[in-house]
Design a protein. Structure first.
Length: 437
């Protein structure tokens, strides 16, 4: 265990209790599975708060920092309220995410709306609810947003989303002149966009530039370069248009430890590099230090979450493989089948001594590709056992589906050694509620 949440596989305070069961922050996972049934998403508030605090501490020597939670990683009212109370704002990408915030009584005064194809209705809804700013992605959106702002008699603050020409592949990155991405303005398009904003789109006020260079990033230098490139663009804009933009948004991307092979930096290392780049490059270019936005998603919530499943059928193919099947899979965690993502897991209810067995964990969905974990050593897994899969706090519930008409799981939050329900299990009635016969 290290001190940094994103460098640990398990939530803080995960241990084997006197009954021989896995527990998190005083909650016995086997008991939780019994009470709330499986599959079950479990979030640990302690771990979440620690990571949020680490983010705040890491950036504390750059006081002009605003942290936005990239809510696509995990959007629920209860989690949003916790992060809101910690001082986080939000990065949203749809009307649904905005609505979920409003439903949790969270105002939009520290919210950024990004995405490459926002609709008229979405922009209208965002402005009607006084969103802080929109990260405009393309020329079409500039025109559309100016129209929406005009209709509402508003001058809307915006950032321009740019592709800074840095492409990250978890362990390495390449810098190219041109990035092939569906998101944002290529650097060569910026002049035209700014000309339009300054001359034609009178209801838009450009405040800064925004970029996001990838996800599950293990590099630090890449953040230095990202800030450098954005500040260089700001300098060019200052010289050309006599306009000094004073906000930058560097996106999210910090990686986490899903398995022993993963080796992400801590948030302190990332913060140091970003702050160093801002200080050095602002000095070099003669710029004021900007307001800095960051948008962590995965690294904030992922390690605080685990998924519990019950083992059902098993199938042994002599000399080849033993499959154990769980009561969930690709509908509640599509990441292994979508990205080949790897996870760590343990049996939550084992008293007896370790008898390791190499198995493959199969989901219950009708696809051969629905394999949650290939070749994992588990402690004598048997039908009826509870399996705990770690690091499912991000991009699992938020990417879940009703494939095969299987109901979406419930989610509980562990707080003060007790669990409380924060998402109810979906019901059969809800499953067919939009069905018109
Ligand atoms: N900001 C922007 C503009 C983004 O597009 C994203 C993620 C983030 C922030 C947050 O990035 P994070 O800190 O979570 O890496 N479904 C994929 C991940 C997709 C990330 C999309 N954008 C997965 O499960 O790995």
């Amino acid at each position: 265990m290290t001190n940094y949440v994103n460098q640990n596989i398990k939530p803080l305070n995960t241990k084997i209790n006197e009954k021989g069961n896995l527990e998190i922050s005083g909650c016995d996972l086997t008991e939780l599975a019994k009470e709330y049934k499986t599959p079950l998403y479990v979030m640990d508030k302690n771990t979440l708060l620690k990571m949020a605090q680490d983010y705040k501490d890491a950036f504390s020597n750059y006081p002009k920092t605003r942290m936005l939670f990239a809510s696509k990683a995990l959007m629920t009212g209860a989690i949003a309220q916790i992060l809101h109370n910690c001082g986080f704002g939000f990065d949203v990408v749809s009307m649904g995410e905005i609505y979920t915030l409003l439903n949790a009584k969270i105002p939009l005064d520290n919210v950024s709306f990004n995405g490459n194809n926002k609709s008229y209705e979405e922009l209208k809804f965002a402005l009607e609810n006084n969103i802080d700013h929109i990260s405009v992605d393309n020329f079409y959106e500039l025109e559309l947003l100016d129209k929406v702002a005009k209709e509402q008699n508003k001058i809307q603050k915006i950032h321009l989303r740019i592709t800074p020409g840095i492409e990250c592949h978890t362990h390495e990155y390449i810098q190219t002149g041109q990035t092939d991405s569906k998101f944002g303005f290529d650097l060569s398009m910026l002049d035209k966009a700014i000309n339009l904003i300054l001359n034609d789109y009178k209801n838009l006020k450009l405040a800064g530039l925004h970029a996001h260079i990838g996800s599950q990033i293990f590099e630090t230098q890449v953040y230095y370069d990202e800030a450098k490139i954005i500040l260089e663009e700001i300098k060019k804009i200052k010289d050309k248009f006599n306009l000094e933009l004073n906000e930058i948004n560097l996106g999210g991307g910090l990686g986490i430890t899903y398995t022993k092979e993963d080796n992400p930096p801590s948030v302190y290392e990332i913060a140091q590099v970003i702050i160093k780049s801002i200080n050095e490059n602002c000095e070099r270019l003669g710029l004021e230090k900007p307001l800095l936005y960051i948008e962590p998603g995965r690294s904030l919530v992922c390690s605080a979450g685990v998924s519990l499943y019950t083992i059902g059928s098993t199938k042994e193919i002599e000399g080849i493989r033993k499959y154990i099947a769980i009561d969930g899979g690709m509908a509640d965690n599509p990441r292994p089948s979508m990205y080949g993502a790897k996870y760590s897991a343990e049996i939550a209810n084992k008293k007896e001594t370790i008898k390791n067995e190499k198995v493959t964990i199969a989901g219950k969905f009708c696809e051969s590709g629905d394999i949650l974990i290939k070749d994992i050593e588990l402690n004598n897994p048997k039908t009826g056992d509870i399996l705990c899969v770690y690091d499912t706090g991000a991009y699992c519930y938020s990417m879940s589906s009703n494939y095969n008409c299987v109901l979406k799981p419930a989610m509980v939050l562990i707080e003060d050694s007790k669990a409380k329900l924060i998402i109810k299990r979906q019901t059969l009635e809800q499953l067919v509620q939009n069905d018109v016969i």
